[in-house]
Structure formats: C-alpha cells, structure tokens
Design a protein around this ligand. Structure first.
Ligand code: NAP
Length: 300
C-alpha cells in the first residue's frame, strides 16, 4: 500500500517517519511547504505541491493537522485526487460530528474515511506506541491495519464514524483532570521545600502516579515547557468535550475549570507551550501567600 502523510507538526512528523520505517510512505505534504521538502529530501519520498497531486499517487492518506476546519480543508484538498477504493485516516483530534461530515464528503467518491485520533503524546508518536481510537466502517478498519500498526500499539475500533473521536474526547477529559492535579501537587511539594527529583522518582511508582506525572512533572521542576501537547490544542479539545456534554445539558467541572485556566495561559502568551505550563498558575497560588517561604525565626 502506498501511503501519504499530511501535516508534519509535532505529531505528524513522527508518524511520517514511522510510516517510512514500515516501508509504506511514498509522499508527504505540509501547509508550510519547507517542512515537507526537508523531510522528503531526507527520506527520499515525493513532496507534491498540491494535496490533489499527492492523493492521486497513493492508496491511503494519513492526516494529522490541528482542528476541525483544518481537517475539512484537507479532505476537500485530497478529495480531488484520491481514487475510488482509497482510504483516508485522520489522526487529528476533532469533533465526532466533523468526522462524520468528512466521511460523508468522501463517500460519493468511493473513499472510506476513518477517524483515528491518537493518545500517547509526542513520545508515543515517535516510538510508534500510540493508542489509536478508530471510528468508521469495519471493512475500512481491516484494510487500514498495516498503516495503523506502523503508528501505534493499542488499536481499537469503537464503531461507526465519529466514535473514535468520542473515545478521544473521553481521554481528553481525563488528561485535563490529571495535568491539573499533577501541577497542583508539584506546586504544593515545591512550597514544602521537598527535593522534587526524588519526589518524581518515588511518587512516579506510587498509586497517584500517571503518564503525565512521570513525563511532565520534570517540566514543572525545570520551569521549561517545550511543545509536547500545546495548551491551545488541549483548549480546542476541551471545547469539543464541552459541546458534546452540553448536548446532554451537562457541564463537567474539570472541563470548565481547565477551559478557564488554558484561556488564561493563552492570554499570557503561553498557548504554544506544553500543557504542563499549567504549573505556572499553580505555583502562583503559593507565591501569593509566601507563608511557606518565610525565613525560620532567629534562635532566642
Ligand atoms: P502542531 O505541532 O501544531 O502541528 C499542526 C500541523 O497541522 C502542522 O503541520 C500544520 O501546518 C498543520 N495544519 C494546521 N492547519 C492546517 C490547515 N488548515 N491545512 C493544512 N495543514 C494544517 O500540532 P500537533 O501537536 O502535531 O497536533 C496535531 C493533532 O494531533 C491535533 O489535532 C492535536 O490535538 C492532536 N494530538 C496532539 C498530541 C500531542 O501531544 N501533541 C497528542 C495527541 C493528539 P504548518 O506547519 O503549516 O503550521
């Protein structure tokens, strides 16, 4: 199967490399063309100028772009070139409704669309160990196996179009609660004067641990938040969760709180940092009180 990769951002670039390692990648495309040209030269694959040209050369397109409107733009772009019988696998995190819309747009052309959002961070994308949540026709899921196997380790078909995105939205709610509690706990530990490296080593093996604690608490300790999962992208995901819950007349407290905190971080210019930057807000809680940092009383 000849496969093309669209969207070479923090996640997509690793996915493209893994497709290449599996011997599947024949072409790449990125909105900012320099990134595609650079990777194409390195991997010795094609970098066509347009999405239609790219799509005409392959049996499957894997996309990983930012948000709903971006996926629909890419779908329109590849639709002009994809042959009947081709597959489109979209790994972006978008609304379930948008995934269904993408599937409907491609269906008349004989192209099957699978929503394939992923979890596992940039590290999971790099190592090919992502969890992939798939929605779409079972036959398309079966045909996509070699492509999915190149990208991830836990690959689950949840049902018709949109159900992969519904599973991913569930995951994003958990991520919101966990990153918030990790940031609060780290700010608390810092204020207690604890050695944070030892703390991460020890609690990382305890019952309160999580992927975010083990992999992102070190960012908080160093005060550096290089783009892993950008704040603005998680905000986008939580808006999706907000809308999906609102259809049931429900507001989820964790989602609502993190929407506010991320909006604050973005307003302060931290939207492109990793979501562990939430720590910035939590450490301020302790800076305001200063109680724990007061010098010890002088001996009598
Ligand atoms: P990113 O680093 O910001 O990259 C976004 C990519 O999408 C770039 O290649 C960008 O092109 C492209 N793009 C954006 N709008 C586009 C448009 N209208 N048309 C064509 N291309 C467009 O984002 P990322 O971290 O790789 O995330 C990508 C997706 O994966 C998002 O939906 C995100 O929620 C999801 N995700 C991310 C993580 C994570 O840890 N980062 C984990 C799981 C899922 P340019 O180079 O031109 O900007």
């Amino acid at each position: 199967m000849r496969v093309a990769s669209v969207g070479l951002g923090a996640m997509g670039i690793h996915m493209a490399r893994n497709l290449h390692r599996a011997g599947l990648l024949t072409a790449v495309w990125n909105r900012t063309p320099q990134k595609a040209q650079q990777l194409a030269a390195e991997l010795q694959v094609a970098a066509p100028a347009t999405l239609a040209e790219l799509a005409s050369q392959v049996e499957a397109v894997v996309s990983c772009v930012s948000a709903d409107a971006d996926v629909l733009e890419v779908v329109h772009g590849v639709a002009a070139g994809l042959k009947s019988g081709a597959l489109m696998l979209d790994c972006s995190t978008i609304g379930a409704e948008t995934a269904r819309q993408a599937a409907q747009l491609l269906e008349p052309r004989g192209v099957q669309f699978l929503d394939c959002p992923v979890s596992g961070g940039v590290e999971g994308a790099r190592d090919g160990t992502l969890a992939i949540m798939v929605g779409g026709e079972p036959a398309a899921f079966a045909r996509a196996q070699p492509v999915l196997a190149a990208l991830g380790r836990t690959i689950t078909h949840f049902g018709p179009s949109g159900s992969g995105q519904a599973a991913k939205a569930t995951n994003q709610i958990m991520c919101a609660g966990i990153i918030e509690s990790v940031a609060e706990a780290m700010a608390f530990a810092h204020a207690q004067g604890l050695p944070l490296d030892k703390l991460i080593d020890t609690l990382g093996k305890g019952a309160g641990s999580s992927w975010y604690f083990v992999n992102r608490a070190p960012n908080m300790m160093r005060g550096a938040y290089p783009a892993g999962f950008r704040v603005r992208l998680h905000l986008k995901d939580l808006r999706i969760c907000h809308e999906m819950a609102a259809r049931f007349g429900v507001e989820l407290p964790v989602v609502e709180r993190m929407l506010k905190e991320y909006a604050e971080l973005i307003a302060r210019g931290h939207g492109d940092e990793d979501i562990s930057a939430t720590y910035r807000l939590k450490e301020e809680l302790f800076e305001r009180t200063n109680i724990m940092r007061a010098p010890p009383p002088l001996p009598a």
